[in-house]
Design a protein around this ligand. Structure first.
Ligand code: HEC
Length: 292
């Protein structure tokens, strides 16, 4: 440990170059600056007792320096007591390990919460209900929306809970979902209490769906018959609307071309706001591309 009074003397000069400074090893070459600033306490050049202790500096401003147990002082999401996310490969709370993937044991723990009809299995509807109520069994979260996936494609930008098709359940945070199939309950944005019209503009639906007569302009995917598509638009279920609004519309066409026609909105709208928005869209006059 280094002498803290020495640290205080040199600190003022040190701060100027400590911001964004590399780790302790690299700082070994900066003794000149520290020595001239704190010359009464400095030892011989190369004696690093004159320099403030970089391990006592909270570089990432998360409230913890390395000396306080911050195991990564360059990531403000990592410090003792930080929220740990399983399976993301990051030891967020600095207890020496990443929370392991939830095991089958954890599934047994979650089963009673998810399995409302008591048949010892979790149906899509049950998972959906649990997700809408609270995204994660493992932690508090904003009510979520379910994304169905046959592979991990498309689940790399969200935080949520995955129920694998083989009934393993775990929480994920972007990086941990590269070997999955099943359903993800994905956390949504915090509810801002927006009504349908406000959500429509603030989520920028108007950019692509504003009709010239003030109605909802239906976008017709390539290859579809416009009249039939517009005609059948409101026959979609709320669940279909929800999936499109939450996760957007993207895929790979029959001829192998990837498309992303509509952006995902789960990070912009809360679940309740999406539902309010769907009800609002249903009240709007529907316009097709050829109208107006
Ligand atoms: C960047 C443009 C864009 C924005 C922003 C956008 N959409 Fe879309 N939306 C599209 C396109 C394009 C389609 C047609 C899908 C396709 O071409 O594959 C579509 C399709 C839809 C569908 C039908 C989805 C389906 O099941 O086929 C709904 C419902 C919808 N949008 C609602 C909304 C709402 C509500 C918002 C705001 C939260 C919104 N969109 C924002 C471009 C957009």
């Amino acid at each position: 440990m280094k002498d803290s009074s020495t640290v205080a003397v040199a600190m003022a000069a040190f701060v100027a170059f400590a911001m964004g400074c590399p780790g302790p090893e690299e700082e070994a070459g900066t003794d000149d600056t520290a020595a001239s600033a704190g010359d009464d306490t400095a030892g011989s050049p190369g004696d690093d007792t004159a320099a403030p202790d970089p391990l006592a500096t909270d570089d990432d401003l998360d409230g913890f320096a390395e000396n306080d147990g911050d195991c990564n002082d360059r990531n403000d999401g990592v410090y003792p007591g930080a929220r740990e996310r399983s399976h993301d490969g990051v030891d967020s709370d600095c207890d020496g390990e990443d929370l392991p993937a939830l095991s089958e044991d954890r599934f047994d723990e979650a089963l009673p919460l998810l399995d409302t009809d008591g048949d010892q299995a979790v149906s899509f509807a049950e998972f959906e209900t649990a997700c809408a109520r609270s995204a994660m069994v493992v932690d508090a979260a904003n009510p979520g929306v379910v994304q169905t996936h046959v592979s991990c494609g498309g689940t790399n930008s969200c935080r949520g809970m995955v129920l694998h098709s083989w009934e393993a359940l775990y929480e994920h945070d972007c990086r941990g979902v590269n070997s999955c199939a099943g359903w993800s309950c994905v956390e949504t944005a915090t509810d801002a209490g927006r009504d349908g019209a406000t959500a429509f503009t603030e989520a920028r639906c108007d950019w692509c769906h504003s009709g010239s007569d003030g109605g909802f302009l239906v976008q017709v995917p390539a290859g579809e018959d416009p009249d039939a598509w517009v005609e059948g638009f409101l026959e979609r279920t709320d669940a279909q609307f929800l999936a499109a609004i939450a996760f957007g519309v993207s895929g790979v066409s029959a001829d192998g071309v990837a498309y992303a026609d509509m952006p995902a909105h789960y990070g912009v709208l809360s679940r309740a706001e999406m539902e309010t928005l769907i009800a609002y869209v249903r009240t709007l006059p529907i316009e097709g591309p050829s109208d107006g």
